[in-house]
Design a protein around this ligand. Sequence first.
Ligand SMILES: Cc1ncc(COP(=O)(O)O)c(C=O)c1O
Length: 511
Amino acid sequence: MPLPWSHDVSELFDVLNPPGFRAEARAQGLTLQRALYEALKRGIVQGRLLPGASLPGSRELAQELGMGRNGVVHAYEQLATEGHLQCSRQGTVVAALGAGVHGSGRAEGHTEGRKGGRASADGERPRRAALSRRSEGFHRLRDPAQELLPFMPGIPALDAFPIAQWDRLMAQSRRHSGSDALCYRDPSGEPELRQAIATYLRAARGVHAGADQVFVTDGTQQALELCARLLADVGDTAWIEHPGYGGARTALLQAGLRLQPVTVDAEGIHPPEAWWAERTPRLVYTTPSHQYPLGPTLTLARRMQLIEQARRHGCWLIEDDYDSEFRHDGPPLAAMQGQVQDAPVVYLGTFSKTVFPALRTGFMVLPAAVAEQAAGVIGAWAPRGHAIAQRALASFIAEGHFTRHLRRMRQLYRERQVALREALATHWPWPGEVLGAQAGMHLVLSLPEVLPDHALCEAALQQGLSPRPLTAYGTGGIGGFNGLVMGYANTPAETMVPLVRTLASVARSLA
Ligand SMILES: Cc1ncc(COP(=O)(O)O)c(C=O)c1O
């Protein structure tokens, strides 16, 4: 049984970070047993795991972290020997720490460091510089040193981007821009780009948007940070899909919101009716067009329910429309934001999938009623830059290169996906269900129990393949998953058969 990372164990979830646990251990050069020992000890001495808190059984925890049970048993034993844990037949709990144990931990930890870095007048030892307590729960989502490998999710076809065209537009933008482009720029974004985005969104996505409602951001994650600060206060509740987008989890947590994971089914995000009153959210983060990563499309009935309940409870819906342009089974569906007049929806989009990720450009569309006030607040936070690139992007959209590129990519991604599915149907030895293939740049292949996704991905990486384990997308809710998230957009169709064969042989040797 996978662990339910519900409220009572969510601190443990943050301490261990199961989705990134194995990668983190590898990055630090630790064995999984040592990494578990270190993480638990840190959580205890820093007071994040409180005396009396129960830890999961070794079998369940081993399964959740994708490691051997013996490693968990040995880590628990070592911590018990040191007085951090008490193990009995009833289970394993965090021990009440003696002054010595606690004191020594705190001297190394964040608590004293945060009091300041200076020695006090009475000759106390200088305190160590340390990050804030809330910073400690965060882990790198993507290893920047990792090379691009087949099946890595979220990467568009980089070699198919019209780079010569882009270079021309950048040079033109530079030539036509005066020295004002080198100064601090409007934090809401360049007017031409805001206009081009609004025009595109109205025509292609049915979004109700005037240029003054569009705010250019450094991508979706930054847009989410802005949303959290603009629309919610520290301690407010945000609902997030489970499984879901780790970038959203990070942004919302970092803004000091309390996360409530909400399960996803075949019709999209599915909050229990009673939660609207009992766990009333301030924000609901959702990916209606193509749920990330499982893939269902949020049904019209669910969209209407969400909007109605959000209105009733004074809550904001955040619609992340990250890959809706790539619909493979018909024309793209209209965005939720435009389906009801004046819906309490903030619409987010990104150019990371449709142009290229290094552009670091996305946008949010705020309802007209709050856009002007928000512009003032955003203006007080930080000025924006990159005027030349923003103007080049505006021309790329306005001159039709953007829609042409999207048309080509839709066709290319469809071909690549068909090739991947055919290769799986022929060369994958297990009857795996394929999910979420109607849209986007990735699909999900469900795995049999004999193939834990973490272990398979780890072994596949040794062979130069980089699908992501579905369990890595857990956001703390109930329900276990076992599958591969396989990106196909950046992988040529003719390579799918040999790549799937390699994956299958890795899997056979594991099973
Ligand atoms: C669900 C989702 N939204 C948005 C993004 C894009 O984020 P950004 O614009 O910060 O690159 C991603 C990237 O993988 C994603 O998976």
